[in-house]
Design a protein around this ligand. Structure first.
Ligand code: AMP
Length: 190
């Protein structure tokens, strides 16, 4: 099984590139942002709780996020592997993911970290906000808060995966096709 953590700040291109990896390697794409937005649209109890936090650009609790990942993994254990997009975002999530995979004799194969300058992230998110309908992409204060959350709580995971010798930094600037090739090249030599 090929299990990829596609990592990077908001606006780094994780969702776009996850689709390319999914097509090429036949993986299951798990985006916790998408799963949470589904909960919000269905107005479930969990969705309503998550929505308050998401609209502030903060991280939803580990308990909620790990819970939704658990069932998604459980239902797809016979697949070719997974792409984790926007997860893990805290050390507790990274440990939970390792444990969940280990329970099934699996492990993360590689962590690909898309590197993009902060100015470019803000521009991309504002551009996306014009079409995506996502309110958290349309407000500069929420965008900045999401980037701060990434810098404080999430970027530390680079060290976590470095310790496991799974981290690969990838230049996330340039055209989409070139970035996809960079990712393919790193996966193909695993
Ligand atoms: P994303 O679509 O990945 O940009 O996520 C949108 C929002 O969903 C984030 O700003 C968080 O509020 C929430 N979210 C998504 N994934 C996670 C996660 N792994 N941990 C905590 N909150 C998350």
């Amino acid at each position: 099984m090929l299990n990829v953590v596609l990592f990077g700040p908001p606006g780094a291109g994780k969702g776009t590139q996850a689709k390319k990896l999914k097509e090429r390697y036949g993986l299951i794409h798990i985006s916790t942002g998408d799963l949470l937005r589904e909960e919000v649209s269905s107005r479930s109890k969990l969705g309503l709780e998550a929505q308050k936090i998401m609209t502030q650009g903060k991280l939803v609790s580990d308990k909620i996020v790990i819970g939704i990942i658990k069932s998604k993994l459980h239902n797809n254990m016979s697949s070719n592997g997974f792409i984790f997009d926007g997860f893990p975002r805290t050390e507790a999530q990274a440990i939970a993911l390792d444990n969940l995979l280990e329970d099934n004799k699996l492990a993360i194969s590689i962590m690909l970290s898309l590197e993009v300058s902060e100015n470019e992230l803000i521009q991309r998110l504002l551009d996306r906000g014009k079409n995506s309908g996502r309110s958290d992409d349309q407000n500069i204060d929420i965008i900045k808060s999401r980037i701060v959350e990434y810098n404080i709580k999430t970027s530390i995971l680079i060290d976590y995966y470095k310790k496991e010798s799974k981290y690969k930094g990838v230049n996330g600037m340039g055209d989409i096709k070139t970035i996809t090739e960079r990712l393919f090249n790193l996966i193909d030599i695993i």
